[in-house]
Write a protein of this length. Structure first.
Length: 150
């Protein structure tokens, strides 16, 4: 007979212990109290996502919001791999200590999308230089692709 209410860590929980070939495993119903509380950052009232003057602010908001998103983490790692771990502007290696910024080649305010084909990773300093000096960047070809073609 299966008992669904079990004592786990000094709490009565709805759970079932299932025997498998590797041993037994306990599956339990998640409790609402165990859910992490995530606070959302307030957005400035005058923020306009379609105004180019607010582009940097919008990118920072998006990056903060997306860093915990699994799909975004996967896309960022794929961009890192496709760029051979190098900045798209200065071509120096990206590292975890200095971090990187996810830059849209065609700005979202100009109709650009969040597609990976429209994004590159840049050093934070290079990202600031790019916007301050009005520079442009293109999607770099992978070093592996250059070796295969060349």
């Amino acid at each position: 007979m299966i008992h669904y209410w079990q004592r786990i860590d000094d709490r009565d929980e709805f759970a079932a212990t299932v025997k498998t070939t590797e041993g037994s495993r306990t599956w339990k119903l998640l409790k609402l109290a165990d859910t992490e509380i995530v606070r959302h950052e307030k957005i400035k009232g005058e923020y306009n996502p379609f105004d180019p003057a607010w582009e940097v602010y919008g990118e920072k908001l998006r990056t903060k919001r997306m860093t915990k998103n699994m799909a975004y983490q996967y896309e960022t790692s794929m961009l890192f791999i496709k760029q051979d771990g190098r900045c798209a502007l200065c071509t120096e290696p990206l590292d975890f200590q200095s971090g990187w910024h996810d830059h849209h080649i065609v700005r979202k305010v100009d109709g650009g999308s969040d597609a990976m084909s429209n994004r590159v990773l840049l050093h934070p300093v290079c990202h600031t230089r790019l916007h301050a000096l009005g520079l442009t960047v293109v999607k770099p070809a992978s070093q592996r692709l250059r070796i295969l073609r060349g």
